[in-house]
Design a protein around this ligand. Structure first.
Ligand code: FES
Ligand code: MG
Length: 599
């Protein structure tokens, strides 16, 4: 990569290091950064100061190797002519954070906005990996709008158990599968533990196409990382080399003033939606991508996802939609290979600018797929349609269903008459949160059978709080024994990005803010109309009104100050689950200038 020529533009950091109007403050700002060996000459040389937003720590094992990769990033920044400053980001680990890491995405966002805006930073390397780390970093960079580049941590190596691939996915795939085997008596608890742990054989984030690999792939599709960045497995040498190149490029984008708002345009988001379908991305990604779009000033809705993405085929044969894992995805060409196929078919905006300084089409000049078993050609897809089905009705205004879960088995069970009306009815069995579900799912009195839909409510952003991955509910053991492995589910929470269940999820508005899910009762009949994308409870408007008149909302208990602050300003999942108050803050470096001096 050639060295970029320096800008003559005055850098933001010089307001700290070189402020002629206030030499006293300049001395004060400088002295503390010298105490570990930096020199005044370095800091005042006009070289860009590049932050490294460090998301790895002992609390975030999925991203922990970013602590080591940062050395290569720093070497790249130095060789590119910049000065690196590494700093921590609020930890965001998907499986370890209670009640859910989703609550903290916006907390990390807020913290990162303050850091990027309030310190002498000219650009930033965003280290991403575990599910919420990518959207937290990208929403913050979008709000502040300093030049930013994503460095993914990369997936773990493939996991194997008795020679079979087993995929790690946080709360995901191997767990669902192993639970079914355990429930069916095919494995014992020791083997259960062995299978689950075998799925995570190395450093890195989950190696299935769960939320982590999906979001990192979409950061690349948006143009925010260097081409090929997302899929490189965490332990590979190419990952460290990518860290170095990303560091070098971070300096260049400051000289070029290549900001997130120049890259994350409507075209870029449409590219991301198309790629999301082609990789069969997690159902969490519309939430995060819509949030990033709002913070960067692009109006994007679930309708855009259906319009742009619904007819795009699934190309990646990667779990949970397919058979392979992250390492295979990388060897097959990764995101560039997928994008090359899509671009060749005219399905991408090739002229969208990326952080490499080149367009999508230019980035992809040498990137055809190399392994059609893992990344299928368009005429032989894994599934004909990979997008989202956006539903509405008298229970909610918006919810999503993955089109790929509407399998032949699903059709055979619910839509057995080809050409007939695509409508069926189900009996609702309602649970108020996962504790209620676990306590009662085995109760034979619920009479759960093939014609039921399991409903999870009070699991949305305000109800949970944060919105939990609890809508993908397992069927009772008694049904498993009869060979029924999944039932349709519906809820105002989310589901794991690796769940393969036919779920209608992310229902907005949620029960806790007055969505009609709140007055649903076990035994109510729901009509699902696949033709018109509706779910309706078969109750009269009078009955609904009467139930509301007698409704007492369950108390919302805040356990921490942040939970209370979050609940006071968070929006619904269909609009990204953003802090509504924050969305009006756009492009801080250009609309707000430099913050006041600290003394
Ligand atoms: Fe962190 Fe999956 S749990 S990447
Ligand atoms: Mg998850």
């Amino acid at each position: 990569m050639p060295l970029t020529t320096r800008t003559t533009r005055k850098l933001r950091s010089q307001a700290w290091w070189d402020n002629a109007d206030n030499p006293g403050m300049t001395a004060l700002y400088l002295e503390r950064f010298l105490n570990y060996g930096l020199t005044p000459a370095e800091l005042r040389s006009g070289r860009p100061i590049i932050g490294i937003a460090q998301t790895g720590s002992d609390l975030v094992p999925c991203n922990r190797h970013h602590l080591a990769l940062a050395d290569r990033v720093k070497a790249g920044i130095r060789d590119g002519g910049g000065i690196p400053f590494e700093f921590p980001v609020h930890p965001l680990q998907e499986t370890g954070k209670r009640p859910t890491a989703a609550l903290d995405r916006n907390l990390a966002y807020l913290g990162l906005v303050e850091v990027l805006y309030g310190y002498p930073l000219d650009g930033v390397v965003l280290t991403t990996g575990c599910d919420k780390t990518t959207p937290a970093c990208l929403t913050a960079a979008a709000t502040v709008n300093i030049p930013a580049i994503v460095l993914s941590g990369g997936p773990m190596l493939n996991g194997y158990h008795h020679g079979d691939r087993v995929g790690a996915s946080g709360s995901g795939l191997v767990i669902w599968q192993s639970r079914r085997l355990l429930a069916a008596g095919e494995i014992d608890p020791d083997e259960f533990m062995e299978r689950v742990t075998a799925s995570a054989p190395s450093i890195g984030h989950c190696n299935t196409m769960g939320t982590a690999l999906s979001m990192n792939s979409l950061a690349e599709a948006l143009g925010m990382s260097l081409p090929g960045c997302a899929a490189i497995p965490a332990p590979y040498r190419t990952r460290s080399q990518m860290a170095y190149e990303t560091g070098r490029r971070a300096v260049a984008i400051v000289h070029e003033d290549l900001t997130p708002r120049k890259i994350m345009t409507r075209q870029a988001f449409e590219n991301a939606i198309v790629v999301a379908s082609a990789i069969a991305a997690s159902t969490n990604v519309p939430i995060h991508i819509n949030a990033i779009a709002r913070h960067v000033g692009v109006a994007l809705s679930n309708q855009d996802w259906q319009r742009v993405g619904a007819d795009i085929p699934v190309l990646t044969n990667v779990a949970p939609a397919g058979e392979f894992l992250g390492e295979d995805f990388y060897r097959a060409g990764g995101v560039p290979a997928v994008m090359w196929s899509l671009l060749t078919a005219g399905l991408l905006h090739g002229d969208a600018l990326t952080v490499s300084g080149r367009t999508v089409a230019e980035n992809l000049e040498n990137a055809p797929p190399v392994d059609p078993a893992v990344i299928r050609p368009l005429h032989e897809p894994v599934a004909a349609r990979g997008g989202l089905f956006v539903m509405s009705g008298n229970l909610f205004d918006s919810a999503i269903m993955k089109i790929s879960v509407i399998t032949d088995e699903f059709r055979a069970r619910y839509l057995p008459h080809p050409g007939g009306p695509a409508v069926f009815e189900l009996r609702a069995v309602v649970f108020d949160g996962p504790e209620d579900y676990h306590a009662r799912i085995g109760d034979p009195g619920l009479g759960i059978d093939e014609d039921c839909i399991l409903v999870m409510r009070y699991a949305g952003p305000i109800g949970y709080p944060g919105s939990a991955e609890v809508v993908n509910m397992e069927v009772p053991v008694a049904l498993l024994e009869k060979g029924v492995t999944a039932l349709p589910t519906l809820g105002d929470g989310r589901q794991s990005g690796t769940s393969d269940a036919p779920s209608i999820l992310n229902a907005s508005p949620e029960a806790a803010v007055g969505g009609n899910l709140a007055i649903l009762r076990t035994g109510d009949r729901l009509r699902v109309d696949m033709e018109n994308a509706r779910v309706d409870v078969l109750l009269s408007a009078e009955e609904i009104a009467e139930r509301w008149a007698r409704y007492t909302p369950p108390p919302l208990e805040h356990q921490t100050p942040w939970q209370e602050i979050y609940r006071s300003t968070v929006g619904q999942l269909d609009s990204g689950g953003c802090l509504e108050l924050a969305v009006s803050y756009q492009d801080l470096v250009h609309t707000k200038g430099i913050p006041r001096d600290s003394h």
